[in-house]
Design a protein around this ligand. Structure first.
Ligand code: NAP
Length: 241
């Protein structure tokens, strides 16, 4: 079984790549700029006894994504799971939103997910497979300054439902995972006083880990979830309740 995890050089993507290797997948590790970190993830997967290779591609760039899928086919010969994870956040209040940042967020967080889902579906169309989209609790919870990010993650939830319906007859399931605050470089940028205020709002009293997300992703990829499609699993320590 072969899985592609986009944005797997760091954070949640890295944890998903390692967890999927642990449960028996060979893994294609996508990254955008961080070649050394992606190589470390490949080496860690190989230590687990699975095959892995790193593929550089900006998921916002359709041609780069098409090239990556061709390379994956050559390297692994089959394709079973896509974890659409590569994403960016660039918080700004409405009046401060910058056009370049807006375009980049839409291109990576929405177009990038479509590019990869489309290429993955082409590979899975005859024999089925699973697509897991990493959304965010911000898709269902208003967080000041995250208008753009929330909109992109709301789009991820909508595309999950629609693609699930379109692809169900082909044996392809599409589900999403919506994490709350997860300890990765993405939230390292939040000032400490703000972090403490966020933690007070989380009923479980702490941020989640990338490993927490990876466990849910691997579960959704297991046969136990074969009849589940189009769902968004919220993983936020109760933040959105
Ligand atoms: P992160 O630590 O900032 O890592 C981002 C990863 O995405 C890196 O591997 C980066 O690759 C890759 N990436 C960024 N732009 C890319 C592009 N255009 N093409 C290919 N790869 C690209 O982020 P994270 O916290 O793990 O977040 C991962 C996903 O979880 C995102 O979709 C995010 O929205 C979602 N999420 C995160 C949290 C959280 O609290 N951390 C909560 C909810 C949802 P390079 O290293 O090569 O730059």
């Amino acid at each position: 079984m072969v899985a592609l995890v986009t944005g797997a050089s760091r954070g949640i993507g890295r944890a998903c790549a390692l967890k999927l290797a642990e449960v028996g997948y060979d893994v294609a590790v996508n990254y955008n700029s961080n070649e050394a970190k992606a190589a470390e993830v490949v080496a860690e997967i190989e230590k687990l006894g699975r095959k892995a290779a790193a593929f550089k591609a900006d998921t916002a760039d359709l041609k780069a994504v098409q090239g990556m899928f061709r390379e994956i086919q050559k390297e692994f010969g089959q394709f079973d799971v896509l974890v659409n994870n590569a994403g960016v956040v660039d918080d700004a209040f409405l009046l401060m939103i910058n056009e370049d940042s807006l375009s980049r967020s839409l291109d990576i967080n929405i177009k990038g997910y479509f590019h990869c889902a489309q290429q993955a579906a082409l590979k899975m169309i005859k024999k089925g497979g699973k697509i897991i989209n990493i959304s965010s609790v911000s898709s269902i919870l208003a967080v000041e300054g995250q208008g753009v990010y929330s909109a992109t993650k709301g789009a991820v939830n909508s595309m999950t439902a629609t693609l699930a319906k379109e692809l169900a007859p082909r044996g392809i399931t599409v589900n999403a995972v919506a994490p709350g605050f997860i300890e990765t470089e993405m939230i390292d940028a939040i000032p400490e006083d703000k972090k403490e205020a966020y933690i007070k709002q989380i009923p479980m009293g702490h941020f989640g880990t990338a490993r927490d997300v990876a466990e849910v992703v691997a579960s959704l990829c297991s046969p136990a979830f074969d009849y589940v499609t189009g769902q968004v699993v919220v993983l936020d320590g109760g933040l959105s309740l």
